[in-house]
Design a protein around this ligand. Structure first.
Ligand code: S3P
Length: 172
């Protein structure tokens, strides 16, 4: 499309709990843009946390809603959008985000990520009931999808502000 780069919305992708929401909020504040958290929009619509949406309506319903939401918001300019860690598994979502937005992959090594697991497990339905080995497998199986065709920021040694600055700098 012909939207100038500096007007395009920024979409943050990456595995659960890498900091898409916190870093996204920091970028939005620095650039004076509106921040959109897709999971939060879905939770508001259903009046319940994603784990309950998965339980009550199933993952398929969640994925459909996730696609509709992203299709809607990715068409808007000047936003910072954080999408759930599973969103890019859907080709339609990848295609629309790559066509309309600037996509940034927040990378965190497995060793750093696994330190956060206790904080994440209760709120992330796709982690529930899985062993650490199964979660590790899920983590690695998704990396190629995140790595395709976009900017990558290694966040292991960066705090929120530093990560936000690194992303903003890489877009200049
Ligand atoms: C999911 C990640 C979650 C949320 C849902 C499914 C996934 O978002 O969309 O629980 O499949 O990886 P976060 O990446 O923000 O945790």
């Amino acid at each position: 499309n012909n939207v100038p780069l500096k007007e395009k919305s920024i979409v943050l992708i990456g595995f659960m709990g890498v900091g898409k929401t916190t870093i996204g909020q920091a970028i939005a504040k620095k650039l004076q843009r509106e921040f959109i958290d897709i999971d939060e929009k879905i939770e508001k619509e259903y009046h319940m946390p994603t784990s309950d949406i998965f339980k009550r309506y199933g993952e398929k319903t969640f994925r459909k809603k996730e696609k509709d939401m992203i299709e809607h918001f990715s068409m808007q300019k000047f936003k910072v959008i954080s999408v759930g860690g599973g969103a890019f598994l859907q080709k339609e979502i990848r295609d629309i985000c790559l066509a309309e937005c600037i996509v940034v992959f927040l990378d965190l090594t497995w060793d750093s990520w696994k330190e956060r697991i206790a904080l994440l497990i209760d709120s992330r339905p796709v982690l529930q009931g899985k062993s650490i080995d199964e979660i590790k497998e899920l983590y690695y199986s998704r990396q190629p999808i995140y790595k395709e065709n976009h900017l990558k920021i290694q966040t292991d040694d960066l705090d929120t502000e530093e990560a936000a600055d690194a992303i903003i700098d890489s877009l200049k």
